[in-house]
Design a protein around this ligand. Sequence first.
Ligand code: UD1
Ligand code: CA
Length: 465
Amino acid sequence: MNSNDEAEKPLNVLILAAGLGTRMKSDLAKVLHRLDGRPLIEHVFRTALSLNPKKVFIVVGHQADDVRAALPGSTHDARIEFVVQKEQLGTGDAVNAARDRLADVDSNILVLSGDVPLIKIETLRELIAVHLLENAACTVLTVKLSDPFGYGRVIRGDGGLDRIVEQKDATDAERKVAEINSGIYCFDSGKLFDALSNVKTNNAQGEYYLTDVPRLLLDNDETVALFLHDQTFEVEGVNDRKQLASIEKMINEETIEKLMKESGVTFIDPRNAYISSTAAIGRDTVIYPNVTIEGNTVVGINCVIRSGTRLSNAMIGDGVEIRDNCLIIDSDVGDRCSVGPMAHLRGHAVMVEGAKVGNFVEMKKTRLGKNSKAAHLTYLGDATVGEDANIGAGVVTCNYDGKNKHETHIGDRVKIGSDTMLVAPVTVGDGATTGAGSVVTKDVEPGETVVGVPAKTLRALAKKD
Ligand code: UD1
Ligand code: CA
């Protein structure tokens, strides 16, 4: 076979994700633990897909259904197949679980670990290139670590790999070796499954080690190549909570540094902000300590976000001030709005340009119109408020009758007096006013003033007298 034929072989990716992850001391399968807001497996899965392989196979076992569900779109995409490893007998057995699907398809197989989330697509492309160039049966991605504890060590012999030895099986001398196995490999499919048939469990953990395959291939006079990579952080594995936290910190630092350097964002204390790598923040925005920005949040330019605030999938316009201790989830805040302190927006709340929401105000599925204000102690749920309206202190849209939710509609330039209860469904017309403490159970006509419990128009009250 010449090298051209080799190059034309399809590429398949196999992700190992069946283990429980004993060292996590968790009831949740390791690959479902979150990093940068997304399950570990999603990071690896997205990288795999971006290589545009023929297929991505995911070996699942522990909490298989949850792992499937954690991968968006995976159940409808014909390129993605799940393979079940019934018992977790080791990484060799995990690969072997895909034998029926892969052994007879002549391909290159890239093996990735569900618990090595930071690997970059460029690195994988280089690994594949080395594999093709060397015409190898197996190419192992390795790095040298100052603290290699826990990893499989790469023992070199004359001119290349001799074998890989796991931490638990290694001698003291072998444990001193800095070069480690990343758990990422490229294999020739036929040769991989041939060698796997000969893997035994005579090791410290009584498992089928995938790491025995390279030695077995060498014994068959096959070529095994090593690709020594210099970016060690890319191959950091998550085996315990400490490693998870340290990788989380690394991603966060990288994200904040990028926001400062490339987007022109000010962080008062860069070590004390938590920003998802999927969020975007505009130029000259200032982030105070202890701010958390999650998911696909977008923050515009010239905003100020004060301490204790959490934004999750929020759209924040330009020139917005978010004061201390606000929680904004799945909601939009328009340009030049002011929020907080201690405000809560959720369930697709929308503040239009120039609107203001103050102390202890909660908004759910509510649209607060341009320049309208709700400054103190208010609940607005399932409501719309027009422009230039003022919602007094302590106002509540009583949207729930014990069975169903109902809507409240408040027009432009309305003044809702303090402590007004708006019993939904109810509409308050443009320019209307409600008196302090009124309980509004019926629609209010535009321009009318209503007062009392239940609220009546001033005209109606005058007639009675
Ligand atoms: C493995 C390698 C080690 C390497 C390290 C890199 C082996 C024997 N050792 O060790 O040389 O330095 O990765 O991170 O391969 N899995 C299954 N089924 C199983 C066992 C594991 O699907 O039966 C999956 C796990 O879910 C995990 C991955 O394989 O995603 C790696 O398993 P893990 O137990 O973490 O291996 P390490 O001890 O880290
Ligand atoms: Ca691991």
